[in-house]
Ligand binder design. Structure first.
Ligand code: HEM
Length: 308
């Protein structure tokens, strides 16, 4: 797979890709491939392009305001110890050398992290809440585990690492409701994949959602909700060690996956400590793929405080 590159790298930078993909997502989950090829049409002031440019400007202004705040407090507080602070350091090295990152690149990186890390994580949490509501026996088991390992206080990293059932539950959620349903790769040279010749430049779509429900990969119960399939670890759950593709695989896999998992565990743990919950009768099951998989009509729920 080494000569497969991410299709999106054809765009001059990732930030531009994010805005383009979002803007084109009104009705189709992904733009048709003919749209991908006719990149010059992106310069015409069509209704869609005007909307994309407006959104792009809004996001850029929002990020520039955050950056300006950091620059203004640089002398008293430094650039900050987070990722943005590190990038700003790289943009203005003290030793007079050329900046490692331009301001445009910093803005693009911020966009990538925001779009790659926000909707994905929030939809993992959404579908986890959905599955916990539709499987109350698992909700009870997970709550027992959380109360045993974390008590009623704020969980620490060590406590979260002990939540095995929660981990299995999240992995099964990622399998059945992968927030990213498909990814693309572009062949960098002529190659052969699984006996099929793929000419250089071909864009391949990897249908994660389809692979995740394939009976040949996961067994006859592929369509069933069964967190225990992950009890011996993620690499042993399917017939192939990389069968779970929610965070992609290989050198361009998700850089935030460990963070996303610990974040999800923390959120689910504190909700389970405080509430029991079920689906509202108003819920309509209509998963919709708009870059990320989301419930089309939201997830109305009924929460009961456990402290009452
Ligand atoms: C449940 C949560 C998440 C899921 C399901 C997810 C999924 C993915 C997938 C499938 C890719 C590969 C995309 C491709 O190859 O075209 C990816 C890439 C990426 N993700 Fe995530 N992601 C999640 C959370 C996060 C978080 C929290 C962050 C940042 C804090 C993040 C940052 C990134 C970045 C920067 C890339 C691009 C990596 C590269 O191109 O080398 N993701 N993610």
């Amino acid at each position: 797979m080494s000569s497969l590159t991410r299709h999106s790298e054809a765009a001059t930078n990732r930030g531009k890709r994010s805005s383009w993909r979002r803007g084109s997502s009104n009705s189709l989950p992904f733009p048709p491939y003919s749209t991908c090829k006719s990149q010059h049409s992106g310069y015409l002031p069509t209704e869609k392009n005007l909307k994309i440019w407006k959104l792009d400007k809004e996001v850029r202004t929002m990020l520039m305001n955050i950056i300006k705040g950091r620059l203004a407090t640089k002398d008293t507080m430094g650039y900050g110890s987070d990722l943005l602070g590190l990038m700003l350091e790289a943009c203005a090295p003290e030793d007079g050398q050329n900046p490692l990152l331009s301001m445009d690149e910093i803005i693009d990186e911020c966009k990538t992290f925001f779009f790659a890390g926000h909707d994905t994580s929030s939809h993992l949490l959404t579908w986890t809440m959905f599955l916990l509501s539709t499987h109350p026996e698992w909700q009870e088991k997970l709550r027992e585990e959380v109360l045993r390992e974390c008590g009623n206080g704020v969980p620490t990293g060590d406590m979260l690492n002990k939540l095995q059932l929660v981990n299995m539950f999240l992995l099964e959620t990622l399998r059945l409701y992968a927030p990213v349903s498909a990814i693309q790769r572009k062949a960098g040279s002529d190659l052969e994949v699984g006996g099929i010749k793929v000419p250089e430049g071909t864009v391949l779509t990897i249908p994660i959602a389809t692979v995740h429900r394939d009976k040949e990969v996961w067994g006859e119960d592929a369509n069933e909700f069964k967190p225990t399939r992950f009890e011996n670890g993620v690499t042993r759950a399917g017939k192939h060690p990389n069968a779970l593709l929610s965070f992609s695989s290989g050198p361009r896999s998700c850089i935030g996956q460990n963070f996303a998992m610990i974040e999800a565990k923390a959120v689910i743990a504190v909700i389970l400590q405080r509430f029991s919950f079920s689906l509202s009768p108003k819920y309509v099951h209509a998963p919709m793929d708009v870059i990320t998989l989301r419930p089309k009509f939201g997830l109305p729920m009924i929460l009961k405080s456990l402290e009452m």
